[in-house]
Design a protein around this ligand. Structure first.
Ligand SMILES: *Cc1c(COP(=O)(O)O)cnc(C)c1O
Length: 339
């Protein structure tokens, strides 16, 4: 099937740069960023830092490296960080903190709404004792699996961590989805953290790039770790320009992705064999009963609709799927489910 006929709901990372974004990239002023000479990178870092209420920002090639540099900056060898059992930094980043940093994760079960119990968080903080790793950091994620984390809980978890002398990092790969959904300034969602990573390459539609923000001192140290991790780039203003374009033009429109996810979820409700979870933002989770679960993803692909999973299928809406594509996807899922 020709690429343009596919309705690709595997991830919001599959978007292609728009013509306007490509133009911004082509026009970008560039320099060698290792010397701090790239004006577009510098501008992007300043814009993201200001937008999130932090002193400084640092551009990274990927969200994984951005989170890893943050963990390496907060924690040393033999330290540990508290993290959700299903959090991206724990499950989906190759165990980088442990592999490359000697940092032990202390994963915690999620509550049904994706939060972590404060009592269990507190109980997991180790006493200072030679037997234990030193608990240094709490790492949260928002949105988490597309769910908006309740802000009072985020703040209570951060307050608890702070009281116990822990640093706070937010994996905000999809932070702007959470902000748009709640119609709040992203800054208001991240005040209790010392560092935040955001992805430009998810729903915002840039081809690559993440930004880490924090205090200037923290970012200077993270910059060193970025070097160690091989993440320094040169005339990378061409990518930063895509990020700046995305921040200017693709944030408010995330509401369309959320509306399309809701349309998809509502359209699938009542289809036999499917249990649909109401989406908060742009990710629709659907539990699929056997035997359909064994073949649904392949069957959808045969009809040009791409998704991931099996027993639990994930559909992600984004810049490159419009309302019409959602209507078409719905027809296909219904047909496959009832075949
Ligand atoms: C995508 C993502 C990241 C970073 O992923 P990269 O593919 O390395 O850019 C981090 N955290 C979450 C929650 C993500 O969804």
């Amino acid at each position: 099937m020709a690429l343009q006929q596919l309705i690709d709901l595997r991830s919001d990372t599959v978007t292609r740069p728009t013509p306007a974004m490509r133009e911004a990239m082509a026009r970008a002023e560039v320099g060698d960023d290792v010397f701090g000479d790239d004006p577009t990178v510098n501008h992007l870092q300043d814009v993201v830092a200001a937008r999130l209420g932090f002193e400084a920002g640092l551009f990274f090639p990927s969200g994984t490296q951005c989170n890893l540099a943050a963990l390496l900056t907060h924690c040393g060898r033999g330290d540990e960080y508290l993290v959700g059992q299903e959090a991206h930094t724990y499950v989906h980043e190759g165990g980088g903190a442990a592999v490359l940093g000697g940092i032990q994760p202390q994963p915690l079960e999620h509550e049904p709404d994706g939060t972590l119990s404060l009592a269990r968080l507190e109980a997991a903080i180790k006493p200072l004792d030679d037997h234990y790793a030193r608990t240094r950091l709490l790492a949260l994620e928002n949105t988490f699996g597309g769910r908006v984390m309740p802000q009072p809980w985020v703040e209570a978890a951060c307050a608890l961590a702070k009281t116990r002398g822990l640093a706070r990092h937010l994996d905000g790969a999809r932070l702007f989805n959470a902000a748009v959904k709640q119609q709040r300034d992203a800054r208001a969602l991240v005040r209790c953290f010392e560092s935040v990573s955001v992805c430009l390459s998810k729903g915002l539609g840039a081809p690559a790039g993440s930004v880490l923000v924090g205090e200037a001192r923290f970012i200077r140290e993270a910059r060193r770790w970025r070097k160690v991790l091989g993440g320094t780039m040169r005339q990378v203003g061409v990518l930063a320009a895509a990020g700046l374009h995305a921040l200017e033009h693709h944030v408010e429109r995330l509401a369309e992705d959320h509306a399309n996810a809701t349309r998809l979820a509502e359209g699938l409700r009542g289809v036999a064999g499917l249990t649909v979870h109401a989406p908060d933002t742009n990710i629709v989770w659907v539990d699929v009963a056997a035997p359909l679960s064994g073949r649904i993803v392949a069957a959808l692909a045969e009809h040009g609709v791409l998704a991931t999973g099996g027993k639990r299928v994930r559909f992600v809406t984004h810049l490159d799927v419009d309302e019409r594509a959602i209507a078409r996807a719905l027809e296909v899922v219904r047909a496959v489910a009832t075949a």
